[in-house]
Design a protein around this ligand. Structure first.
Ligand SMILES: *Cc1c(COP(=O)(O)O)cnc(C)c1O
Length: 395
């Protein structure tokens, strides 16, 4: 018998390497923040989702420590057995109140929220229509179902309407979209989506991972930003990005929550958040309600940084949020740009095919409220230097 080897895995990795797509995680030796240490060097990073600097906020850390002291390190069970502590319940009530919905249900992450919610809401009776640039967790959630599926070109409302018209004879249709698109930093045309949904009797499902704590009053998300309260059926949010901890949630009708409590597989079959996580999230949501000045600063930083890059001649795509891609090109060019930035003391992650189209490789910059204007000016200076050296900037 021939021996089984992993040569075929190595061949695939070699292929990735040749195409500039092979990359192992950078190991950091300091806390998340604008300046972080790796390999004994301090770098200015523009890649975290720590929009408001909440990961290191003293009130949030104190809440986590207090919860560990009171309840221990782990929850000991899934939510439906002995894994729902009062702090888990309180967090969900706080989230529902914050979002202005009847109820909210927390999952272990944003990723499992989409998996759990989409896989239980969609079945053979449903058609799901999804934006082509939706997040991987939406794509995977949809893959778990027997629903009919259709994809519309990014934000193309004419095509969405056509798909709604064609319908395919299913009983119900769900339109699923990111609220803020994670690779381009543009905002979904939610008012138009809601109007089409209402005209054709469809449901609207929005994943506000990058809008939570960023968009809307006090970071309530895209539904609040567009004043569409009561017209979006399923609002997904994360507790992992601006909220600074980890987790995801569905906010919506009470019946939706009770349905997911019975059907959401990650909720049913995976252990609940450790007490420290639940308590830290609760403290963070409470803090968010007082954080409008910080959110204003985040947006001010984003506008400053994007404007400066555009003035220098860079293409920032459709960015209109703190996610600001600098378009470079092919995967190897993009990886090289990112590597040269690192030599200059800037960490900005290259995003390449298959996450984005082959020729749309970009260095994705994410500005936070914790960056100073000096930090951002320093970053622009270095990005310009690398841009000139690599020929990305002409002249
Ligand atoms: C980051 C992200 C997720 C995953 O959230 P986690 O809490 O990190 O698992 C889901 N959806 C979108 C749109 C995201 O950007």
């Amino acid at each position: 018998m021939p021996t089984s080897t992993f040569d075929y895995l190595n061949e695939e990795l070699e292929r990735l390497r040749k195409e500039g797509m092979y990359r192992l995680p950078t190991v950091w030796t300091s806390a998340s923040g604008p300046w972080m240490e790796t390999g004994g060097r301090k770098l200015l990073q523009l890649s975290s989702n720590n929009y408001l600097g909440f990961t290191g906020h003293p009130d949030i850390q104190a809440a986590a420590i207090e919860a560990i002291n009171r309840y221990g390190a782990g929850s000991g069970s899934v939510r439906t057995i002995t894994g729902t502590l009062d702090i888990h319940d309180e967090l969900e009530r706080e989230l529902a109140d914050f979002k202005g919905t009847e109820a909210a249900l927390v999952f272990q992450s944003g990723f499992t929220t989409n998996q759990g919610a989409l896989s239980s809401l969609l079945g053979p009776d449903e058609l799901v229509i999804s934006d082509e640039l939706n997040h991987a967790s939406i794509i995977d959630g949809i893959r778990l179902t027997k629903a009919a599926r259709a994809i519309y070109p990014h934000k193309d409302m004419d095509r969405l309407e056509q798909l709604l018209k064609e319908n395919g004879g299913r009983k119900r249709t769900f339109i699923v979209t990111d609220g803020v698109f994670s690779m381009d930093g543009d905002i979904a045309p939610l008012p138009a989506i809601v109007e089409l949904a209402e005209a054709y009797g469809a449901y609207v499902y929005v994943d506000d991972a990058h809008a939570s704590g960023v968009l809307g009053r006090n970071g309530k998300g895209s539904t609040d930003h567009f004043n569409l309260h009561g017209r979006v059926h399923v609002q997904v949010g994360t507790l992992s990005k601006a909220v600074g901890v980890v987790g995801g949630y569905v906010a919506g009708a009470d019946v939706l929550k009770r349905f997911l409590v019975h059907k959401g597989r990650p909720f049913l079959f995976s252990t609940s958040h450790p007490p420290a996580v639940a308590a830290a999230c609760l403290a963070a949501i409470r803090l968010l309600r007082k954080s409008q000045p910080l959110i204003d600063r985040l947006w001010d930083n984003a506008t400053f940084f994007r404007t400066r890059l555009q003035e220098e001649g860079f293409d920032t795509g459709g960015s209109e949020t703190p996610i600001i891609p600098v378009l470079i090109g092919q995967p190897d060019q993009t990886a090289d740009f990112s590597r040269q930035l690192m030599e200059e003391g800037i960490y900005a992650q290259g995003i390449v095919y298959p996450t984005v189209a082959m020729d749309k490789g970009r260095v994705r910059c994410i500005v936070t409220a914790a960056h100073t204007k000096d930090d951002l000016s320093f970053a622009v200076e270095k990005i310009v230097a690398v841009g000139k050296r690599t020929g990305v900037l002409k002249g």
